[in-house]
Design a protein around this ligand. Structure first.
Ligand code: NAD
Ligand code: UFG
Length: 362
């Protein structure tokens, strides 16, 4: 089976590509590297000892995209490629609609042309908007509150309408909660550009000494310690959810929706405490005003994924922090600028051999 992974060089994509290779599947990646480095793919193939094909293509480049998808002839697509910064989506909404919605539309048309009609889509718990009906279930009404969230909502709707129009499509909308952690090797992980928007990478950068203190956005929520509560999920558990969804789609047509979360919440202060304890570093923080648009609490009802997919989150907060810290301390500046010699250009495809020398993990 050949799986095409868009956005496969990114944070969640790279961990998923690794698991696909480890399961013995053939993998092709399409990524424009706008928010990632090909070094992540070099390390993935090195860990797996398997080869992959990578295509440096933007989803907005319809002719190269269609040519590549027809050349790859995938049996299924896992679609991660997208922009994801909520604040930037407010200041540049058109960039988000174009990249995420038009990019997905182009991908679906290319898939149709290549006769591949199975897709797993990276949706988000952001489609539940500011719902306070906890835990969040797949049938909780959708209500996005920012342009990024609305791109996810529009794509979910587009996929629903597509499946309704043509029963050959097999579609999974996976709504992620808060992905964190890294592969246990410390070789791949999240590499945010600039100041991290999300809590866990920010805390990691404070622990390593790159930033002075964490701003805790609000200490007066009606939660146990007054700080925001989220459902953190280890990126390896999340990746496993994609393989389970692919497996399910092999026997099911139409659209299927699953929350991928643990079902449990952790507060901002619990995350900071865990990080300080596990890293042995001090993590200074200051409680400041609430961040506009944040909800007090968000966590999944994860039962549907357990029943349908036999999937549940296995790793707890300690493991997430331990793995995140290993990645952060071994790669304090993220992925290095890479010499691209390991990418062998052959027409459209970049072929990355599984025989890669990896950085030491001692
Ligand atoms: P990421 O930025 O690390 O990965 C996205 C990848 O897509 C990057 O490698 C980027 O270069 C690529 N990309 C973006 N636009 C592209 C385009 N037009 N053409 C080709 N490649 C393109 O992000 P991630 O955290 O791995 O997230 C993956 C997906 O999951 C995204 O769709 C995101 O919205 C969704 N998601 C992420 C989170 C989270 O907190 N990380 C939560 C919910 C949903
Ligand atoms: N927080 C801080 N300080 C920071 C960053 C965050 O106190 O510097 C707090 C937030 O107020 C919130 C919690 O930490 O209470 C988590 O915030 P994140 O920014 O890490 O995550 P969010 O839940 O706000 O949003 C994330 C993604 C969204 C996605 C959502 C659900 O950024 O794109 O998870 O998947 F939609």
């Amino acid at each position: 089976m050949r799986v095409l992974v868009t956005g496969g060089a990114g944070y969640i994509g790279s961990h998923t590509v690794l698991q696909l290779l480890q399961e013995g599947l053939q993998v092709s990646v399409i990524d424009n590297f706008s928010n990632s480095s090909p070094e992540s793919l070099r390390r993935v193939v090195g860990i797996a000892g398997q080869n992959l094909d990578a295509y440096q293509i933007d989803l907005l480049d319809t002719s190269r995209l269609t040519q590549a998808v027809c050349e790859i002839k995938p049996d299924a697509v896992i679609h991660f490629a997208g922009l994801k910064a909520v604040g930037e989506s407010v200041s540049q909404p058109l960039k988000y609609y174009k990249n995420n919605v038009v990019g997905t539309l182009n991908l679906l048309e290319a898939m149709d042309e290549a006769e591949c009609r199975t897709i797993v889509f990276s949706s988000s718990a952001t489609v539940y908007g500011d719902s306070t009906d906890l835990p969040l279930r797949e049938n909780t009404p959708r209500n996005a509150t920012n342009p990024y969230g609305r791109t996810k909502l529009h794509i979910e709707e587009m996929l629903e309408e597509l499946a309704a129009s043509d029963s050959r499509w097999r579609i999974a909308n996976l709504r992620y909660f808060n992905p964190v952690g890294a592969h246990e090797s410390g070789l791949i992980g999240e590499d945010p550009q600039g100041i991290p928007n999300n809590l866990m990478p920010f805390v990691a950068q404070v622990a390593i000494g790159k930033r002075t203190e964490v701003q805790v956005f609000g200490g007066d929520y009606s939660t146990a310690d007054g700080t925001g509560v989220r459902d953190y999920i280890h990126v390896l558990d999340l990746a496993a959810g994609h393989l389970a969804a692919l497996d399910y789609l092999s026997n099911a047509q139409g659209v299927h929706v699953w929350n991928l979360g643990s079902g449990a919440g952790s507060s901002v202060l619990e995350v900071i405490d865990a990080f300080a304890r596990i890293s042995g570093r001090s993590v200074p923080y200051q409680i400041t005003d609430r961040r506009p648009g944040d909800v007090a609490e968000s966590y999944a009802h994860p039962e549907k994924a357990r029943l349908d997919l036999g999937w549940k989150a296995e790793r707890g907060l300690e493991q997430m922090v331990e793995d995140m810290w290993r990645w952060q301390s071994k790669n304090p500046d993220g992925f290095p600028e890479v010499a691209m010699e390991f990418l062998h250009q052959d027409e459209l495809a970049l072929f990355i051999s599984g025989n890669q020398k990896l950085p030491s993990t001692d």
